[in-house]
Design a protein around this ligand. Structure first.
Ligand SMILES: [Mn+2]
Length: 292
């Protein structure tokens, strides 16, 4: 079946039919953590049938401070969000996020084998970025890597991901934050450290769908709503790119709306505000299909 460019818009009508409930953003982190020192040495889980990744993205910029990459052949994706608090006074808040992702991508592209260790990659990208810039800008960062039949991750802050199987949410990586709206962040001097990254791995299967993104996605779309749209896109056999567009468009519409969002719910619960509606922000969505 040929899916035309209108499909995501058509999906939006369906997606908005059912109100999302507050509190769906809680999720669980049920992967297990590995020692970063072992990551490079540890052999990928045995591949009964080799798995690979098909990935694509959607980016809807607001301040244009998000950065990302997808490298399907290596099975690695990355997402970073330049911290908006660093904006102004001649500071380009995107400098650190773009540096991290460019350095990570270049290393992935130059690597000869798959199964790249996300922690090692993030650490290397961080060191290279620090060596090449004096910017006071800061960034969150996420790296996901397919190694054999395992999805491995390393992330600092609130650029996170979710894994779906058979249309059901199976794994939801929880954000790292110091307090409401202040995510862990990497910067050249001070800030949080790569060693503070959340690390883990999870056995994936053919047909699994991985959705990674910045807070522009996860602050605007409840998990239940994300699950719904992944189900609909899967039923329509959409490509990763079309699914990413549909999810990005959903996040954008939520950001523009006055409906309850994960951001407004958290703002009320954690700050006692009466803020309603979504959060306008850069929206980066990466969709990766696990295929054999
Ligand atoms: Mn953001």
């Amino acid at each position: 079946m040929e899916i035309n460019m209108q499909t995501p818009d058509v999906l939006m009508g369906l997606a908005f039919g059912i109100p999302a409930s507050a509190g769906d953003d809680v999720g669980q982190e049920n992967g297990h953590r590995w020692d970063p020192m072992d990551c490079d040495k540890k052999a990928p889980p045995p591949a009964r049938k080799a798995l690979r990744m098909e990935c694509d993205f959607s980016y809807l910029p607001d301040h244009d401070e998000d950065a990302h990459f997808c490298h399907a052949r290596a099975g690695v994706v990355g997402v970073a969000d330049g911290v908006g608090g660093c904006r102004g006074d001649g500071v380009d808040a995107a400098e650190f996020s773009r540096g991290l992702m460019a350095n990570a991508y270049n290393a992935v592209a130059a690597a000869s084998s798959s199964g790249i260790c996300p922690y090692t990659l993030l650490e290397m990208a961080y060191q290279k970025t620090v060596a090449s810039t004096r910017t006071p800008a800061a960034s969150t960062a996420l790296v996901l890597s397919l190694a054999g039949r395992a999805l491995r991750w390393a992330y600092v802050g609130d650029s996170t991901f979710a894994v779906f199987r058979g249309g059901r949410l199976l794994l939801r990586a929880l954000r790292q934050q110091h307090y409401f709206n202040c995510p862990f962040q990497l910067r050249a001097v001070g800030g949080d450290r790569v060693q503070d990254a959340a690390l883990g791995e999870f056995p994936v299967e053919e047909g699994d769908v991985v959705v990674a993104g910045t807070d522009g996605l996860f602050d605007n779309v409840f998990d239940a709503k994300l699950e719904e749209i992944v189900q609909m896109c899967t039923a329509l056999s959409l490509t990763p790119g079309k699914m990413a567009q549909a999810i990005g468009r959903l996040a954008y519409d939520m950001a523009m709306s006055s409906r309850e969002s994960p951001f407004s719910a958290a703002s009320r619960e954690q700050q006692g505000t009466n803020f309603t509606g979504g959060k306008m922000d850069d929206i980066t969505v990466i969709v990766a299909f696990i295929v054999s």
